[in-house]
Design a protein around this ligand. Structure first.
Ligand code: SF4
Length: 353
Protein backbone atom coordinates (compact mmCIF):
# COMPACT_ATOMS: atom_id res chain seq x y z
CA UNK A 1 0.00 0.00 0.00
CA UNK A 2 1.17 3.53 -0.70
CA UNK A 3 -0.35 6.95 -0.14
CA UNK A 4 -0.17 10.53 -1.35
CA UNK A 5 -0.36 13.42 1.11
CA UNK A 6 -0.93 16.98 -0.09
CA UNK A 7 -0.30 19.93 2.21
CA UNK A 8 -2.34 23.07 1.56
CA UNK A 9 -0.52 25.76 3.55
CA UNK A 10 -3.25 28.40 3.96
CA UNK A 11 -5.41 29.23 6.98
CA UNK A 12 -7.84 32.05 7.68
CA UNK A 13 -6.35 32.53 11.14
CA UNK A 14 -3.84 30.60 13.23
CA UNK A 15 -5.45 28.56 16.00
CA UNK A 16 -3.79 29.13 19.38
CA UNK A 17 -2.51 25.55 19.71
CA UNK A 18 -1.38 24.85 16.16
CA UNK A 19 2.20 24.02 15.22
CA UNK A 20 1.47 22.86 11.67
CA UNK A 21 3.01 24.91 8.90
CA UNK A 22 0.56 27.37 7.35
CA UNK A 23 0.32 31.04 6.44
CA UNK A 24 -2.60 33.39 6.91
CA UNK A 25 -3.25 34.83 3.49
CA UNK A 26 -6.15 35.54 1.18
CA UNK A 27 -3.82 36.76 -1.55
CA UNK A 28 -5.18 34.94 -4.61
CA UNK A 29 -1.92 35.48 -6.51
CA UNK A 30 -0.02 33.66 -3.79
CA UNK A 31 -2.57 30.85 -3.94
CA UNK A 32 -2.24 30.68 -7.73
CA UNK A 33 1.58 30.49 -7.52
CA UNK A 34 1.31 27.78 -4.89
CA UNK A 35 -1.06 25.62 -6.93
CA UNK A 36 1.13 26.00 -10.03
CA UNK A 37 4.16 24.75 -8.05
CA UNK A 38 2.13 21.96 -6.50
CA UNK A 39 0.93 20.78 -9.91
CA UNK A 40 4.52 20.74 -11.11
CA UNK A 41 5.53 18.68 -8.08
CA UNK A 42 2.67 16.24 -8.70
CA UNK A 43 3.60 15.86 -12.35
CA UNK A 44 7.15 14.88 -11.30
CA UNK A 45 6.04 11.96 -9.12
CA UNK A 46 7.54 8.55 -10.01
CA UNK A 47 5.71 7.10 -13.02
CA UNK A 48 4.98 3.87 -11.14
CA UNK A 49 3.48 5.71 -8.15
CA UNK A 50 -0.13 4.53 -7.77
CA UNK A 51 -1.37 5.58 -4.32
CA UNK A 52 -4.31 3.67 -2.87
CA UNK A 53 -5.03 6.62 -0.58
CA UNK A 54 -4.89 10.38 -1.09
CA UNK A 55 -5.16 12.74 1.88
CA UNK A 56 -5.35 16.52 1.52
CA UNK A 57 -4.50 18.21 4.80
CA UNK A 58 -2.86 21.36 5.96
CA UNK A 59 -3.27 24.12 6.78
CA UNK A 60 -6.85 24.32 5.67
CA UNK A 61 -7.52 22.57 2.36
CA UNK A 62 -10.87 24.35 2.11
CA UNK A 63 -9.40 27.84 2.71
CA UNK A 64 -8.39 28.66 -0.90
CA UNK A 65 -11.05 30.18 -3.14
CA UNK A 66 -13.50 28.02 -5.09
CA UNK A 67 -11.89 28.85 -8.42
CA UNK A 68 -8.40 27.85 -7.27
CA UNK A 69 -9.70 24.53 -5.97
CA UNK A 70 -11.80 23.95 -9.09
CA UNK A 71 -8.70 24.41 -11.24
CA UNK A 72 -6.46 22.22 -9.08
CA UNK A 73 -8.57 19.21 -8.05
CA UNK A 74 -8.89 17.64 -11.54
CA UNK A 75 -5.08 17.16 -11.57
CA UNK A 76 -5.64 14.43 -8.93
CA UNK A 77 -8.24 12.59 -11.00
CA UNK A 78 -5.62 10.30 -12.55
CA UNK A 79 -4.88 8.59 -9.22
CA UNK A 80 -8.35 7.10 -8.61
CA UNK A 81 -7.51 6.14 -5.01
CA UNK A 82 -9.57 3.74 -2.94
CA UNK A 83 -9.79 6.37 -0.19
CA UNK A 84 -9.62 10.11 -0.94
CA UNK A 85 -9.82 12.23 2.23
CA UNK A 86 -9.93 15.97 2.71
CA UNK A 87 -9.74 17.91 5.97
CA UNK A 88 -12.58 20.40 6.19
CA UNK A 89 -12.71 23.46 8.42
CA UNK A 90 -16.39 24.27 9.07
CA UNK A 91 -15.63 27.99 8.80
CA UNK A 92 -14.44 27.71 5.20
CA UNK A 93 -16.98 25.53 3.37
CA UNK A 94 -20.25 26.09 1.63
CA UNK A 95 -22.41 23.89 -0.55
CA UNK A 96 -20.50 24.79 -3.72
CA UNK A 97 -17.11 23.76 -2.28
CA UNK A 98 -18.49 20.54 -0.80
CA UNK A 99 -20.17 19.62 -4.10
CA UNK A 100 -16.88 20.36 -5.89
CA UNK A 101 -15.03 17.96 -3.56
CA UNK A 102 -17.64 15.28 -4.20
CA UNK A 103 -17.46 15.76 -7.98
CA UNK A 104 -13.68 15.53 -7.77
CA UNK A 105 -13.79 12.02 -6.31
CA UNK A 106 -13.30 12.85 -2.63
CA UNK A 107 -15.00 10.07 -0.64
CA UNK A 108 -14.04 10.85 2.95
CA UNK A 109 -14.19 14.09 4.94
CA UNK A 110 -12.47 14.83 8.20
CA UNK A 111 -14.38 17.72 9.79
CA UNK A 112 -12.28 19.77 12.21
CA UNK A 113 -14.86 20.56 14.89
CA UNK A 114 -12.48 20.38 17.93
CA UNK A 115 -15.29 21.26 20.36
CA UNK A 116 -18.96 22.25 20.42
CA UNK A 117 -18.41 24.45 23.46
CA UNK A 118 -18.24 28.21 22.91
CA UNK A 119 -15.60 28.72 25.59
CA UNK A 120 -13.35 25.91 24.30
CA UNK A 121 -13.67 27.14 20.71
CA UNK A 122 -12.59 30.61 21.91
CA UNK A 123 -9.64 29.18 23.86
CA UNK A 124 -8.55 27.18 20.81
CA UNK A 125 -8.92 30.24 18.56
CA UNK A 126 -11.18 28.47 16.07
CA UNK A 127 -12.87 30.59 13.39
CA UNK A 128 -16.24 28.79 13.54
CA UNK A 129 -19.06 28.24 16.02
CA UNK A 130 -20.49 24.88 17.12
CA UNK A 131 -23.61 25.59 15.05
CA UNK A 132 -21.51 26.22 11.94
CA UNK A 133 -19.72 22.92 12.51
CA UNK A 134 -23.02 21.04 12.80
CA UNK A 135 -24.41 22.81 9.73
CA UNK A 136 -21.27 21.99 7.69
CA UNK A 137 -21.46 18.33 8.70
CA UNK A 138 -25.16 18.07 7.76
CA UNK A 139 -24.59 19.93 4.51
CA UNK A 140 -21.82 17.48 3.57
CA UNK A 141 -24.21 14.59 4.23
CA UNK A 142 -26.81 16.21 1.96
CA UNK A 143 -24.16 16.62 -0.73
CA UNK A 144 -23.62 12.85 -0.51
CA UNK A 145 -20.62 12.13 1.72
CA UNK A 146 -21.05 8.76 3.40
CA UNK A 147 -17.72 8.46 5.21
CA UNK A 148 -17.14 11.32 7.62
CA UNK A 149 -15.00 11.89 10.68
CA UNK A 150 -15.61 14.41 13.45
CA UNK A 151 -12.30 15.61 14.85
CA UNK A 152 -12.33 16.74 18.48
CA UNK A 153 -9.95 17.72 21.27
CA UNK A 154 -10.01 17.22 25.01
CA UNK A 155 -7.97 18.63 27.87
CA UNK A 156 -8.64 22.24 26.79
CA UNK A 157 -7.99 24.80 29.58
CA UNK A 158 -11.32 25.48 31.31
CA UNK A 159 -12.95 22.30 30.00
CA UNK A 160 -14.94 20.32 32.54
CA UNK A 161 -16.14 16.73 32.40
CA UNK A 162 -19.68 18.04 31.69
CA UNK A 163 -18.38 20.06 28.75
CA UNK A 164 -16.63 16.97 27.38
CA UNK A 165 -19.80 14.87 27.81
CA UNK A 166 -21.74 17.50 25.91
CA UNK A 167 -19.12 17.48 23.09
CA UNK A 168 -19.49 13.70 22.84
CA UNK A 169 -23.32 13.97 22.87
CA UNK A 170 -23.28 16.47 20.01
CA UNK A 171 -20.66 14.57 18.01
CA UNK A 172 -22.60 11.30 18.34
CA UNK A 173 -25.89 13.03 17.45
CA UNK A 174 -24.38 13.85 14.03
CA UNK A 175 -23.87 10.12 13.36
CA UNK A 176 -20.29 10.16 12.01
CA UNK A 177 -18.52 6.98 10.86
CA UNK A 178 -15.31 8.03 12.60
CA UNK A 179 -14.23 10.18 15.54
CA UNK A 180 -10.67 11.34 16.16
CA UNK A 181 -10.16 12.89 19.58
CA UNK A 182 -6.76 14.19 20.58
CA UNK A 183 -5.45 15.33 23.95
CA UNK A 184 -4.47 19.00 23.55
CA UNK A 185 -0.69 19.43 23.30
CA UNK A 186 1.08 22.59 24.44
CA UNK A 187 3.35 22.88 21.40
CA UNK A 188 6.48 25.02 21.64
CA UNK A 189 6.13 28.42 19.98
CA UNK A 190 2.31 28.50 20.04
CA UNK A 191 0.27 30.95 22.16
CA UNK A 192 -1.16 27.92 23.98
CA UNK A 193 2.29 27.10 25.32
CA UNK A 194 2.15 30.13 27.65
CA UNK A 195 -1.13 29.09 29.34
CA UNK A 196 -0.72 28.30 32.97
CA UNK A 197 -4.27 27.04 33.54
CA UNK A 198 -3.59 23.58 32.14
CA UNK A 199 -5.91 20.80 33.21
CA UNK A 200 -4.81 18.44 35.90
CA UNK A 201 -3.40 15.21 34.43
CA UNK A 202 -5.76 13.09 36.56
CA UNK A 203 -8.74 14.90 35.07
CA UNK A 204 -7.34 14.41 31.55
CA UNK A 205 -6.94 10.70 32.20
CA UNK A 206 -10.51 10.54 33.55
CA UNK A 207 -11.67 12.30 30.39
CA UNK A 208 -9.80 9.83 28.19
CA UNK A 209 -11.37 6.88 30.04
CA UNK A 210 -14.80 8.48 29.67
CA UNK A 211 -14.26 9.03 25.93
CA UNK A 212 -13.29 5.38 25.46
CA UNK A 213 -16.28 4.12 27.43
CA UNK A 214 -18.77 6.39 25.64
CA UNK A 215 -17.51 5.69 22.13
CA UNK A 216 -17.20 1.94 22.69
CA UNK A 217 -20.78 1.90 23.98
CA UNK A 218 -21.87 3.81 20.85
CA UNK A 219 -20.48 1.06 18.59
CA UNK A 220 -17.13 2.60 17.68
CA UNK A 221 -14.02 0.45 17.56
CA UNK A 222 -11.08 2.06 19.35
CA UNK A 223 -8.38 1.20 16.84
CA UNK A 224 -5.65 3.77 17.50
CA UNK A 225 -4.76 5.76 20.63
CA UNK A 226 -6.85 8.76 19.50
CA UNK A 227 -9.04 7.27 16.78
CA UNK A 228 -12.40 5.48 16.85
CA UNK A 229 -14.30 4.08 13.88
CA UNK A 230 -17.48 2.26 13.06
CA UNK A 231 -16.38 -1.20 11.78
CA UNK A 232 -14.84 -0.85 8.32
CA UNK A 233 -14.42 2.93 8.52
CA UNK A 234 -10.87 3.14 9.89
CA UNK A 235 -8.83 5.83 8.10
CA UNK A 236 -6.81 3.82 5.57
CA UNK A 237 -4.38 6.66 4.92
CA UNK A 238 -3.44 7.02 8.58
CA UNK A 239 -3.25 3.22 8.90
CA UNK A 240 -0.54 3.42 6.26
CA UNK A 241 1.54 5.68 8.55
CA UNK A 242 0.97 3.39 11.53
CA UNK A 243 1.88 0.19 9.69
CA UNK A 244 5.12 1.34 8.06
CA UNK A 245 3.62 1.89 4.59
CA UNK A 246 5.21 4.20 2.05
CA UNK A 247 3.90 7.63 1.11
CA UNK A 248 4.90 10.74 -0.77
CA UNK A 249 3.99 14.19 0.52
CA UNK A 250 3.64 17.22 -1.76
CA UNK A 251 3.46 20.88 -0.78
CA UNK A 252 5.55 22.91 1.68
CA UNK A 253 6.47 21.08 4.91
CA UNK A 254 5.08 17.78 3.59
CA UNK A 255 6.91 14.63 4.71
CA UNK A 256 7.60 11.56 2.60
CA UNK A 257 8.84 8.04 3.14
CA UNK A 258 9.55 6.32 -0.13
CA UNK A 259 11.98 3.58 -1.18
CA UNK A 260 13.70 3.64 2.21
CA UNK A 261 14.31 7.41 2.15
CA UNK A 262 12.56 9.85 4.43
CA UNK A 263 12.45 13.55 3.63
CA UNK A 264 10.61 16.79 4.35
CA UNK A 265 9.89 19.58 1.87
CA UNK A 266 10.96 23.09 2.79
CA UNK A 267 8.60 24.68 5.36
CA UNK A 268 8.37 28.03 3.62
CA UNK A 269 5.73 28.88 1.05
CA UNK A 270 7.74 31.59 -0.72
CA UNK A 271 10.81 29.35 -0.95
CA UNK A 272 8.64 26.46 -2.19
CA UNK A 273 7.12 28.63 -4.93
CA UNK A 274 10.43 30.25 -5.91
CA UNK A 275 12.67 27.16 -5.89
CA UNK A 276 10.29 24.23 -6.16
CA UNK A 277 9.94 21.49 -3.55
CA UNK A 278 13.53 21.39 -2.30
CA UNK A 279 14.17 19.12 0.66
CA UNK A 280 15.11 20.67 4.00
CA UNK A 281 15.71 17.24 5.55
CA UNK A 282 16.53 13.83 4.14
CA UNK A 283 17.73 10.55 5.61
CA UNK A 284 18.05 6.98 4.43
CA UNK A 285 16.66 4.48 6.85
CA UNK A 286 18.58 1.25 7.29
CA UNK A 287 16.57 -1.92 7.93
CA UNK A 288 17.01 -1.62 11.71
CA UNK A 289 15.94 2.02 11.88
CA UNK A 290 12.97 1.25 9.64
CA UNK A 291 11.92 -1.61 11.87
CA UNK A 292 12.29 0.52 15.00
CA UNK A 293 10.10 3.22 13.50
CA UNK A 294 7.48 0.75 12.30
CA UNK A 295 7.41 -0.85 15.74
CA UNK A 296 6.76 2.41 17.58
CA UNK A 297 4.20 3.60 15.03
CA UNK A 298 2.52 0.18 15.10
CA UNK A 299 2.19 0.32 18.86
CA UNK A 300 -0.19 3.24 18.41
CA UNK A 301 -2.68 0.68 17.12
CA UNK A 302 -4.64 -1.17 19.76
CA UNK A 303 -3.99 -4.41 17.89
CA UNK A 304 -0.27 -3.82 18.47
CA UNK A 305 2.55 -4.97 16.26
CA UNK A 306 4.33 -8.19 15.30
CA UNK A 307 8.00 -8.10 16.29
CA UNK A 308 10.71 -9.80 14.21
CA UNK A 309 13.29 -12.15 15.73
CA UNK A 310 15.98 -9.44 15.60
CA UNK A 311 13.55 -7.06 17.36
CA UNK A 312 13.09 -9.65 20.14
CA UNK A 313 16.84 -10.08 20.38
CA UNK A 314 17.38 -6.35 20.92
CA UNK A 315 14.32 -5.47 22.94
CA UNK A 316 13.04 -8.71 24.47
CA UNK A 317 14.20 -7.72 27.97
CA UNK A 318 12.73 -4.25 27.61
CA UNK A 319 9.37 -5.72 26.50
CA UNK A 320 9.36 -8.03 29.49
CA UNK A 321 10.19 -5.19 31.91
CA UNK A 322 7.36 -3.08 30.45
CA UNK A 323 5.01 -6.06 30.71
CA UNK A 324 5.93 -6.45 34.39
CA UNK A 325 5.08 -2.77 34.93
CA UNK A 326 1.66 -3.44 33.38
CA UNK A 327 2.37 -1.21 30.34
CA UNK A 328 2.74 -3.81 27.57
CA UNK A 329 0.90 -7.00 26.72
CA UNK A 330 2.90 -9.75 25.00
CA UNK A 331 0.92 -12.27 22.97
CA UNK A 332 3.18 -14.70 21.11
CA UNK A 333 5.31 -12.56 18.78
CA UNK A 334 2.98 -9.57 19.05
CA UNK A 335 3.17 -6.73 21.55
CA UNK A 336 0.55 -4.11 22.28
CA UNK A 337 0.03 -1.30 24.77
CA UNK A 338 -1.97 -2.28 27.83
CA UNK A 339 -5.15 -0.31 28.61
CA UNK A 340 -3.21 1.39 31.39
CA UNK A 341 -0.50 2.55 28.96
CA UNK A 342 -2.74 4.11 26.29
CA UNK A 343 -2.86 7.45 28.10
CA UNK A 344 0.90 7.52 28.76
CA UNK A 345 2.00 5.98 25.46
CA UNK A 346 4.79 8.51 24.86
CA UNK A 347 6.69 7.36 27.94
CA UNK A 348 6.45 3.74 26.72
CA UNK A 349 7.62 4.72 23.22
CA UNK A 350 10.59 6.55 24.77
CA UNK A 351 11.78 3.20 26.19
CA UNK A 352 11.58 1.53 22.81
CA UNK A 353 13.40 3.89 20.42
S1 SF4 B 1 -7.11 25.61 10.94
FE1 SF4 B 1 -5.89 23.73 11.32
S2 SF4 B 1 -3.91 24.10 10.33
FE2 SF4 B 1 -4.96 26.09 10.45
S3 SF4 B 1 -4.18 27.00 12.30
FE3 SF4 B 1 -6.07 25.92 12.87
S4 SF4 B 1 -5.41 23.85 13.50
FE4 SF4 B 1 -3.70 24.81 12.38
Amino acid sequence: MSGLYIHIPFCERKCSYCAFYSVVSNDWKKQERFFQTLEKELSGLPPDFAPETVFIGGGTPTAPGFQALEKFLPSLGKFRPMEFSVEVNPGTVDEAKLALLKRSGVNRLSVGVQSFDFQCLETLGRIHSAEQAEAAFRLARRVGFENMSVDLMFGVPGQTMQMLESDLDRALALGPEHIAIYNLMYEAGTPMEARLDRLDEDLEREMYDRIRARLNAAGFVHYEISNFAKPGFECRHNLLYWTGGEYIGCGPAAHSHWNGVRWANVSDLDDYCANGPRREFEETLGPEAKERETRVMGLRLLAGVKVSSSGWKHLGECFQALEKQGLLVIEGRRVRLSEEALFVSDSVFAELV
